[in-house]
Design a protein around this ligand. Structure first.
Ligand SMILES: [Zn+2]
Length: 323
């Protein structure tokens, strides 16, 4: 496990990563598993190798002849050329795609997908359901390396989660869930990668309620989803609580109707106007308005509707949703 973590930490800085025979020998036990899972693959004629002088960088291989090549350390100014026989050097390359598919299996993702969104930097793992909510999943080698305009690949989606290596230093909108991938690992065996269930739960909490297309975001902490009021948003579109009582269709229609006009000059309506718009009697509409208020009170939620001057009903101006 430690060896895989070390590789992942290194590859946040360098890509692609190579592991020399020396590296491998030092981590014998760990090492045997990685090629077995095809996470490491032998490379012939590597273009870059790990610097033998400083052991801290990837350096370019310069070929002199068939059996003679050298590298040159760039961090030590007194360094001389490090000569070696390219035929004798054995190196492995970390296969990130195979790692990502092993990772998706460990997440119990039934139909794993991988596509490279930004060359050698960002991979899309598709939209997947985790603990009842849909997330668009990404893996990012080093999120600080993503150019600003390209961040929209992640941020334009309604709900995305980015598994990352390295240390993110950029700020992303709240709706993006950042998950340090290494923190999820439990162990790696010939059977594959295993995750700490409790760490996964911590990021993708269970017993949550997710909004879908067509749900009404009344507030950053309040949504109307198929008749239920969802509150206490943990990540974008994922709520921790739901009202026990389901609002009848007419109550939902009233909320939806008033929500739809909230941005216009006529942002509240009298009962008579609602009667005309919705085709129900005053008593029936009043009863539903009362019911909405009761459900809010019972669930400790802010009032959704507010009676404005002139006995006009509208969406409570205190509800704010940051789009
Ligand atoms: Zn060096």
């Amino acid at each position: 496990m430690d060896f895989l973590i070390e590789i992942l930490n290194k590859q946040a800085r360098l890509f692609p990563i190579v592991i020399t025979v020396d590296d491998a020998n030092k981590r014998k036990r760990d090492f045997d598993i990685l090629p077995a899972l095809a996470l490491l693959e032998k490379t012939s004629d590597p273009k870059n190798i790990w610097c033998v002088t400083c052991h801290n960088e990837d350096v370019e291989v310069h070929h002199v002849s068939k059996d003679r090549a050298y590298t040159m350390c760039t961090q030590n100014e007194h360094a001389k050329r490090d000569y070696f026989n390219p035929a004798e050097i054995q190196q492995w390359q970390f296969n990130i795609e195979n790692f990502l598919s092993a990772f998706q299996k460990s997440m119990d993702i039934l139909s794993p997908t991988i596509s490279e969104s930004i060359d050698s930097l960002l991979w899309s793992l598709g939209t997947q359901t985790i603990n009842g909510a849909d997330y668009h999943l990404f893996f990012c080698r080093d999120i600080n390396d993503i150019e600003k305009p390209k961040l929209s690949i992640i941020t334009h989606l309604p709900r995305s989660a980015v598994f990352y290596t390295g240390t993110p230093q950029i700020s992303l909108p709240d709706k993006v869930l950042l998950v340090p991938i290494i923190d999820l690992f439990q162990k790696i065996t010939e059977k594959g990668l295993f995750l700490k269930k409790e760490a996964v739960e911590q990021f993708f909490s269970r017993n949550t309620y997710a909004t879908e297309d067509g749900s009404i975001m009344l507030d950053d902490n309040l949504a109307l989803e198929k008749g239920y009021l969802l509150s206490d948003q943990s990540t974008r579109g994922v709520f921790k609580k739901t009202s026990e009582e389901k609002l009848p269709p007419l109550a939902c229609i009233i909320i939806e109707h008033l929500y739809g006009i909230r941005k216009y000059s006529q942002n509240s309506k009298t009962l008579s106007e609602l009667v005309t718009d919705l085709g129900h009697s005053k008593q029936v509409i009043s009863k539903e308005i009362k019911r909405i208020s009761n459900v809010c009170k019972k669930n400790n939620l802010p009032e959704i509707l507010h009676k404005y001057t002139g006995n006009k009903w509208g969406i409570n101006h205190r509800l704010k949703y940051s789009e």
